[in-house]
Write a protein that binds this ligand. Structure first.
Ligand SMILES: Cc1ncc(COP(=O)(O)O)c(C=O)c1O
Length: 390
């Protein structure tokens, strides 16, 4: 299998390609889907073989989460992230948006303030609002195409009604890999304002050379008593449809409360999610991820250099993730115009920056987790749609 192999996903009920026309009006027959954050690659062959073995066995009854599953998660965190996880700290949810919802539900009450560093992954605000909690937007500073945080400003914003802060690490969108000092500053902020800290590290495996992801408990060991870690194999191995993610809770008291909530909702194990996770978190999986990263690295180089050659467009240099964050403010066009050019002229479906909160207004997010030929096609289309700026 090569990452270059084109795979037609139309008609598989996939959100990315099959919902492009109903949502964006970008025609299915010649549109390019570069929105939803999954990749157009097959999962690793050894994972698919294991799932085939399951279906060949044929009995798809109830399962329990097993020691091999827990061991595989612990092995991955130790080997890839230098992080020791206690087996009893691991809970499995139906994904990480569900994990965020569970954390809100377990530890906060309606009306509480939940801090986000915006622009940030849009589902956080959606879940917070739907749960009747308040989104508190702390806007990041765009320092010459690189997001940074401004804690003096955020301190002044706090009212005392805030209960939780959600960090995206590495950050989506913009692709920052937070440094030790930055993570320390987030932890200190959480401490200063007595907030629980949710660290969503779903993109932790997709980090480019020259940057190192540091898990929050390693960066700030003293705050584990207020820390809720979110991780998943879904982005890394392109198995998001199996809806399996981990909420890892180092503190026993917080863990006890979460366990009760899980039991109250009767969240039950998913047999395919368990099998795929324990198979992916292995030396073979690690080798596959190394190959994937080299491929994505070339995609991002190609895309970033082509975008920066179009006057007025600027892609934030990605340190992690396959989600390119493109700033259109240099074109002088209003949002409706640059969006129309991308969607209707170039026929590319992308995520709108406004959905990521304050600071995202002049941006569109392009998913580069696809075959090189599609990246080249996207570049050609954008060159034509913005050709008058050359
Ligand atoms: C930061 C972040 N968290 C969570 C998710 C989605 O997680 P899940 O599919 O496990 O709900 C995404 C998907 O893009 C994401 O970027």
């Amino acid at each position: 299998m090569s990452f270059d192999d084109l795979i037609d996903r139309h008609g598989t009920f996939c959100s990315k390609w099959d919902m492009m026309e109903p949502i964006y009006g970008v025609p299915a027959q010649d549109g390019l889907a570069m929105w939803v954050a999954d990749m157009d690659f097959r999962a690793p062959e050894h994972v698919l073989a294991k799932l085939r073995e399951m279906t060949d066995h044929g009995v798809l009854g109830y399962v329990d989460y097993s020691k091999p599953y827990t061991d595989a998660i612990r092995w991955w965190m130790r080997n890839r992230h230098d992080w020791d996880v206690a087996p009893e700290a691991i809970f499995t949810t139906t994904g990480l948006v569900n994990g965020v919802g569970m954390c809100l539900d377990t530890y906060t009450k309606p009306g509480d303030g939940i801090v986000l560093f915006t622009p940030v992954y849009h589902a956080f605000a959606k879940v917070i609002r739907n749960a009747g909690r308040q989104v508190v937007e702390c806007q990041m500073v765009n320092n010459d195409g690189r997001y940074e945080m401004d804690f003096a400003a955020y301190d002044a914003q706090m009212t005392g009604n805030e209960r939780m802060v959600i960090l995206c690490s590495p950050h989506n969108p913009g692709g920052r890999v937070w440094t030790q000092e930055e993570l320390r500053a987030v932890a200190d902020f959480a401490k200063r304002h007595d907030l629980l800290l949710v660290s969503d590290e779903i993109h932790h495996d997709l980090v480019y050379p020259g940057h190192t992801h540091i898990p929050m408990p390693n960066a700030a060991p003293d705050i584990v008593d207020r820390l809720l870690m979110l991780t998943a194999p879904s982005k890394t191995f392109n198995i998001a449809g199996l809806h399996t993610g981990q909420v890892i809770i180092p503190d026993p008291e917080l863990r006890g409360r979460f366990a009760k909530r899980m039991a109250a909702l009767s969240l039950a194990p998913n047999s395919t999610g368990q099998m795929a996770t324990l198979t992916a978190y292995s030396p073979e999986g690690a080798e596959w991820v190394d190959g994937l990263l080299a491929y994505l690295d070339e995609n991002r180089r190609l895309f970033e250099s082509a975008i920066s050659a179009i006057p007025g467009l600027r892609a934030m240099p990605l340190e992690a993730t396959y989600l390119a964050w493109v700033d259109f403010s240099g074109t002088g066009m209003d949002r409706a115009e640059f969006t129309e050019r991308v969607e209707q002229q170039a026929r590319i479906a992308v995520n709108h920056g406004t959905s990521f909160g304050t600071g995202g207004e002049n941006f569109l997010r392009f998913n580069l987790g696809t075959q090189r030929a599609r990246i080249e096609d996207a570049i050609d289309r954008l060159n034509r749609a913005f050709g008058d700026l050359q």
